[in-house]
Design a binder for this molecule. Sequence first.
Ligand code: GLA
Ligand code: ZN
Length: 671
Amino acid sequence: MERQSISNQFIYGGDYNSEQWLDRPDILARDLEMMQKARINTVTLGVFSWSTLEPEEGVFRLEWLKEMVDNLYAHGIRVILATPSGARPRWLAEKYPEVLRVRENRVRSLYGERHNHCYTSPVYRQKVRIINQKLAQTFKDHPAVILWHISNEYSGECHCPLCQAAFRRWLKQRYQTIDALNHAWWTTFWSHTYTSFDQVESPSTLGDSGLHGLSLDWMRFVTAQTTDFMCEEIRALRQAGATQPVTTNFMEDYIGLNYYELAREIDVVSWDSYPLWRYQSDSRTALNTGMQHDMMRTMKHAPFLLMESSPSSLNWQPVSKLKKPGLLLNASLHAVAHGADSVQYFQIRQGRGGFEKFHGAVIDHYGGEDTRVFREATQTGQALQALACVAGSQVSAQAAVLWDTESRWAMERARGPRNEGLFYHEAVFKSYQALRKCRLNVDLVQVEQPLDGYRLVVVPMLYMFRAGIEERLRQFVQNGGTLVMTYWSGIVNESDLCHLGGTPHGLTDLLGLRSEEIDALCTGEVHHFTAGPGAPLYTCRNLCDLVRLQGAQPLMTYTDDFYKGYPALTVHSYGKGTAYYLCTDAEEAFYNDFYREMVSRTDLSPILPHLPEGLEVSSRQDPENEYIFVQNFTDEAIALPAPADAALLFGDFSEGKVQGCSTVVFRQKRS
Ligand code: GLA
Ligand code: ZN
């Protein structure tokens, strides 16, 4: 899907909690000057402003916000305007306790914290609707307001009576009859048969927490109800006449919601990126963060927004490390390289009190421009100006790794071969990082998304087959695609009921094998596999699938235990394509070698012909140009053969080297 860029330049700015400074006009005025110096062109307002906007029920005070928006606009700064539902005013909870969440132990929370409203409560929905409409009425035609920021980091669940009733309605809609629900949840087991939808209670450690069908549908309901809440927020804006695009900000590896569902309802995906830089090698952290960026981009196959990141340290991790010199720019351009059309921070100005008073900010408590962070934020703003031609360009990937949140919910709740951890994220990451080292852009697709257009599709641990994924994978291989599937795939259907008749379900002929048994290793236990004497010996952990070959060729075999000699990696031709099956949780070295060789033998075309170790490459393209980002997250300068027919667009490439902790960008005409 093509999306017009929200602006023809990069959005640069961040959350500006100006409501905390209304009694300090001197500071607000100074902030404006400093923002301009830092090349900030957009700020996010109003994320947690409800009690300032509506100090008493029905008493609205939007003048300060209007003045702020006008003032910013007069200084050339645009606004992303938030709806305030992420934190509620005290009066609302006092007068209508139903807006407070009930926890899984059925205890209602006290007033406090944030991101903890009941998403079913008609009162909460009504109050949010009213304030959203006031905002929309005031700002729908304001030229400064370019985007609506719906709530903030939706998350969590509520077990109140209203949510229970909504859950039952949702189940009734899904299953129609209680018999259908009983079948899907396999409730004859332990005599848990329901005779009415009214008997259903959300999962709880006080009741049912091991009924997997219930837990899985509860997670689906939480996503559906949160999405519904968000849509109601958006509708309120639309009904009041707002036409600007909308977004909501996602979090890293948050599995309480299926983000792909929320993404359908918003115009642009945005997320808050807080990597633990300097905890391990930054190259490694960058690879991990890159996977998140790619996931956000793939949700809509369009540029996304980096809605939040820290200008320096965090304050909510065990240890709050500073960003070393250069890292702010490098990490910001990393998001851009993966498809971001913005670099935004939490936060522009540090507050004096409260939970986040020590969180990094563009303007700190000292308040001057002569700080390292301010200087580096300014350099980042300048860099984004220099790269303006890249904004709005797309990322095109030949390789995709399948990621599925629903399958993960089911797999991690099931009691099965390994209750000490299945390492789903790690399994996805192992293929992802190896493909990135092969100089490829990589999409992170969800089971519902189309697969045509890819040359390689990797399916790691897809425990649950749903949405006809088997058929689409079959067509993909039939038409000439290369598939890599791993152990613990195609085990259950969309209700978490085990497939009968052999697994990976529906694909045993395509893979030329059947998974017969799966062995689990204890934590710390290591097995090995190899292509044969003289070939590398790889280690594997956690799970070892024992397969019966039905046409596939074994490429590598196990060397330990009673299944020594059994296949560990197989290949099978099908239609015009090829299907590999990896039986075990292999070490990264295996993935690196495996994909390197595959890329050399297939029609996958890497972005650059050669890339020295320590560098990362990504590309974006518009109809005329390809923009090649080469990034170095190590401390040493690394020599790079300059890409053919490419001009240096940005960065220090003196002596043909990418300097330590820096980025170079080349522009190449597309033929
Ligand atoms: C989240 C929130 C912000 C802020 C930052 C701090 O992403 O959305 O309001 O709390 O974390 O890192
Ligand atoms: Zn509730």
